[in-house]
Write a protein that binds this ligand. Structure first.
Ligand SMILES: Cc1cc2nc3c(=O)[nH]c(=O)nc-3n(C[C@H](O)[C@H](O)[C@H](O)COP(=O)(O)OP(=O)(O)OC[C@H]3O[C@@H](n4cnc5c(N)ncnc54)[C@H](O)[C@@H]3O)c2cc1C
Length: 189
């Protein structure tokens, strides 16, 4: 079934996406497709119609527009650790943020800016250089974004709370394709 869904993608629309997209695009006939569709839970064996790896917000917006126009199921992936496989899908679009890694720590403000695909190890590495730490989980290759969306439990939580208790704001692309800042004061809903 998934093979059929994969081949129904509109090739003209894929070509238009390629023109606007700076990151990688992986289709089912690419040699790297199997590696691109794998998630941490080996029991989840789904075959997306297309996997894209944005390099920034512009690519995320293009991918989202493509997915909406083509009426595809859209899954977003950071570290790929979702046990029920929420970061992949059959036949649809996977927006894989693994090319959007990177963490920048501001030691004076004791804050960190974490890109959408960054892993826990990267946040720890950058923070520890300044003697800082953020409460996160215990496995270094979990995504900061996915972990935070689920709360984020770890060894520092009894003293410093969950990861999400330490979240100040997020730059968020909404399902209707807008980039918004969300914090306690801005778009708090
Ligand atoms: C080996 C292992 C160890 C774990 N240890 C801990 C732990 O110590 N503490 C703890 O609290 N949890 C732990 N978890 C649970 C883990 O936090 C969740 O599975 C979490 O959802 C994984 O996030 P991810 O980014 O790696 O996964 P993904 O599968 O990439 O994403 C998980 C969910 O978040 C969404 N998502 C991810 N990134 C974004 C984004 N940038 N924008 C919008 N949506 C996004 C995905 O669509 C999906 O629904 C562990 C899980 C595993 C498999």
């Amino acid at each position: 079934m998934s093979e059929e869904l994969a081949t129904t993608l509109d090739s003209a629309a894929v070509s238009t996406l390629r023109e606007a997209f700076a990151g990688q695009i992986v289709l089912p006939d690419d040699p790297s497709y199997d590696a691109a569709r794998i998630v941490w839970n080996g029991m989840i064996d789904r075959r997306p119609g297309i996997v894209v790896r944005p390099t920034g917000v512009a690519d995320v917006l293009s991918a989202l527009r493509f997915g909406r126009d083509q009426e595809l199921a859209i899954a977003v992936r950071s570290g790929g650790h979702s046990i029920p496989g929420f970061s992949t899908c059959d036949g649809g679009l996977v927006i894989d943020l693994s090319s959007m890694r990177g963490v920048r720590v501001d030691p004076d403000r004791r804050t960190a800016r974490v890109n959408g695909g960054a892993l826990l190890a990267e946040l720890d590495h950058e923070a520890q250089a300044f003697g800082l730490a953020c409460p996160v989980g215990v496995v270094s290759h979990t995504g900061v974004a996915g972990l935070t969306l689920g709360g984020g439990m770890g060894p520092l939580q009894r003293k410093y709370g969950l990861t999400i208790d330490n979240l100040l704001s997020v730059d968020m692309v909404t399902a209707d394709g807008r980039l918004v800042r969300a914090s306690e004061d801005e778009n708090p809903d």
